[in-house]
Design a protein around this ligand. Structure first.
Ligand SMILES: *[C@@H]1O[C@H](CO)[C@@H](O)[C@H](O)[C@H]1NC(C)=O
Ligand SMILES: *[C@@H]1O[C@H](CO)[C@@H](O)[C@H](O)[C@H]1NC(C)=O
Length: 219
């Protein structure tokens, strides 16, 4: 009972920010180090790929029982129960010419000139919409998943779209996006230098680049 009471108090506290005291920074209630998790001995690990890192973008696909992860030059699909069982991956690197351009522009070929997947959103019953930095040349594409898990489809469309305003150029830049009713809403840096920030909404219907972009005051 004491335990329940504790939760109620926490919730009430959260609902009234700034009353009297200074607003507090969000802090996780429970933190586990990697070592502690290993010691708990019910940890299943995925060791990753030698040529991929930045496992930064996640999408829980409860419908098909998968966890989608966007990383450097790759998209992964993991089984929710055991991530080591039947994982699928698609390589989605930046083209060699875009990597060259990125290098000539003075960027770090090894650290910045890859395709870092930053947007991973459900689009319709069969497809996800994904975007990556594309070596400072953002690109987007549809990812086909099939209707049900049994369809066993995990395929990237061969046609890519311009990802400007959807994914950041620079992998170090933060961004956020949400896809609702065929409209992708994103807040990200919309230029090479990372100086121009925009909230934009793009209608993805018929693969058209009908992007209505609203420039906002600098964040
Ligand atoms: C990463 O390495 C694997 C082999 O380890 C290779 O099959 C794959 O094509 C590589 N991906 C990229 C994007 O270079
Ligand atoms: C979902 O969208 C993709 C891309 O536009 C399209 O090819 C596919 O037919 C759509 N699927 C459904 C079930 O509407």
């Amino acid at each position: 009972m004491d335990y329940l009471f504790g939760i109620v108090v926490l919730l009430c506290g959260a609902a009234q920010p700034g009353r009297g005291a200074e607003p507090k920074h969000n802090v996780p209630r429970l933190k586990l180090s990697y070592k502690e998790m290993l010691e708990s001995s019910n940890l299943v690990t995925f060791n990753g790929l030698a040529n991929s890192s930045s496992y930064d973008t996640f999408l829980l696909d409860e419908e098909r029982g998968r966890l989608l992860v966007g990383a450097e030059d790759h998209i992964f699909s993991f089984d929710l129960v055991n991530i080591n069982r039947d994982h699928k991956q698609i390589a989605w690197p930046a083209t060699p010419s875009k990597r060259d351009e990125c290098k000539w522009a003075g960027k770090d070929l090894g650290k910045e000139c890859s395709n870092f997947v930053r947007v991973l959103q459900p689009y319709n019953q069969t497809h996800m919409y994904i975007c990556g930095t594309g070596a400072f040349h953002p690109i987007c594409a549809f990812l086909e998943m099939g209707k049900k898990a049994e369809d066993n489809i995990f395929r990237l469309a061969s046609q890519f779209e311009n990802g400007r305003g959807k994914s950041p150029y620079d992998p170090k830049m933060l961004s956020a996006s949400l896809l609702i009713d065929g409209e992708l809403y994103s807040g990200t840096s919309a230029d090479f230098m990372g100086r121009d920030f925009a909230h934009s909404s793009a209608s993805l219907a018929h693969h058209l680049e009908r992007a209505a972009s609203v420039r906002m005051a600098k964040w």
